[in-house]
Design a protein around this ligand. Structure first.
Ligand code: SF4
Length: 389
């Protein structure tokens, strides 16, 4: 399958059984989740919106949330079967985000038989003193058991999420968590920095001094030990915060970093499609966003088959800057000549001075075509990328 002719599908499941104190995702915690109705709506929306990508092949499906593992395997199977039938081909990778509470062997087999090929286990921390601080309701042992059950269930791949920068977390504790995960044999690990989002209960705890975050030096030190700790397990950094054994890199997330179009289904989901290449104003891509509230989403889809609430047209220059921003996250960087051909923008001419400035500060490496972050650039990736804006 040629990468340029592919697209991905993201399905957003906006329900959780509780809301963690740091979370500002588009989710609600409700007792009675409308599983049937929501699955039917996703299928109906897919029927109406998959034709937007009729000239491309389906490459990946990602079920995220929220807690999509609260959907029964039968619902997951219903949604996947519809998407693949409408697209006309089976996806190469189907990822399901999984909470440890739903990671029983029986349920995992159900998800695998429903067509899921990869599960993403929300371990978050492997320290029973840290997990309650961010209101995760599982224990460290349950997080580990979830990873082991997922590995035993026969998926093509398994990934585990781990957070750092948690109140009370130390470099030693973080290293131990990375080692413990590596010892399970999990072939992919994603790391997330705890971000204090305004207006969350966690932000109020920080404001009132009830919790103290690790200082900047501790955060930098934690980052610095990751590569060396994960490498012995074959887990190599292929993106800023993602580590994989060869062949287990995320295809779906890889699509976001190389500008592969995607269709977002579900409440608040974002989509991106390539605009008509002959557009005289230089439009590169069109992004749309679905209605955010799950009730408004259901009402709109059930009435019309679509819940698009807003759209945004990006010109080519803005798109190039965003592609540089995301492309630099990849360890192998970006080819400027390939990007110039694809987007019809003279990338090197336009950004040559910026690149020269960054190279002089040893933040990027540039061989005349491929631009990538240097080891020190990795530590300051966001500031480097911001130089292009
Ligand atoms: S489980 Fe995830 S999506 Fe749900 S509230 Fe917690 S952080 Fe948010």
């Amino acid at each position: 399958m040629k990468d340029v002719a592919a697209f991905g599908v993201y399905v957003h499941f906006p329900f959780c059984t509780w809301k963690c104190n740091y979370c500002d995702f588009n989710v609600v915690a409700i007792r009675s989740i409308p599983e049937d109705r929501y699955a039917d709506a996703i299928v109906f929306e897919a029927l109406h919106r998959l034709p937007e990508h009729a000239d491309r092949r389906l490459m990946t499906v990602y079920l995220g949330g929220g807690t999509p593992s609260l959907w029964s395997p039968a619902h997951v199977g219903q949604v996947l079967a519809a998407i693949e039938a409408l697209a006309g081909n089976a996806a190469l990778e189907v990822t399901l985000e999984l909470n440890p509470a739903e990671a029983t062997p029986e349920r995992l087999r159900g998800f695998r038989d429903a067509g899921v090929t990869r599960v993403s286990v929300g371990v978050q921390a492997l320290d029973d003193a840290l997990l309650p601080v961010i209101e995760r309701r599982h224990s460290a042992a349950e997080g580990l058991l979830a990873v082991r059950n997922a590995l035993a269930a026969g998926f093509g791949s398994v990934t585990a999420d781990l957070m750092f920068g948690l109140p009370g977390q130390t470099g030693d504790g973080f290293r131990t968590a990375l080692q413990t995960l590596g010892e399970t044999g999990v072939p992919h690990v994603s790391l997330y920095d705890l971000t204090v989002e305004p207006r969350t209960p966690f932000a109020r705890l920080v404001d009132r001094g009830r919790v103290t975050l690790p200082d900047e030096d501790t955060g930098v030190a934690m980052w610095a030990l990751v590569d060396d700790t994960l490498r012995p397990f074959g887990l190599l950094r292929y993106e800023l915060s993602n580590f994989a054994q060869p062949g287990h890199e995320s295809l779906h997330n890889g699509g976001y970093w190389v500008g592969r179009p995607y269709l977002g289904l579900g409440a608040g989901a974002h989509s991106m499609r390539v605009a008509n290449g002959d557009d005289p104003v230089g439009t590169a891509v069109v992004r749309t966003t679905n209605r955010r509230s799950w009730m408004a989403y259901l009402a709109a889809v059930e009435a019309t088959g679509s819940a698009v609430g807003s759209d945004e047209v990006l010109d080519r220059d803005t798109h190039v800057r965003e592609r540089l921003f995301t492309g630099l996250r990849r360890r192998d960087g970006v080819s400027l000549s390939a990007m110039a051909r694809e987007l019809r923008v003279p990338v090197l001419e336009r950004y040559g001075p910026t690149i020269a400035r960054l190279a002089a500060r040893r933040l990027v490496e540039f061989d005349g075509d491929r631009l990538r972050l240097s080891d020190s650039g990795l530590v300051f990736a966001d500031s480097v990328a911001a130089e292009f804006f």
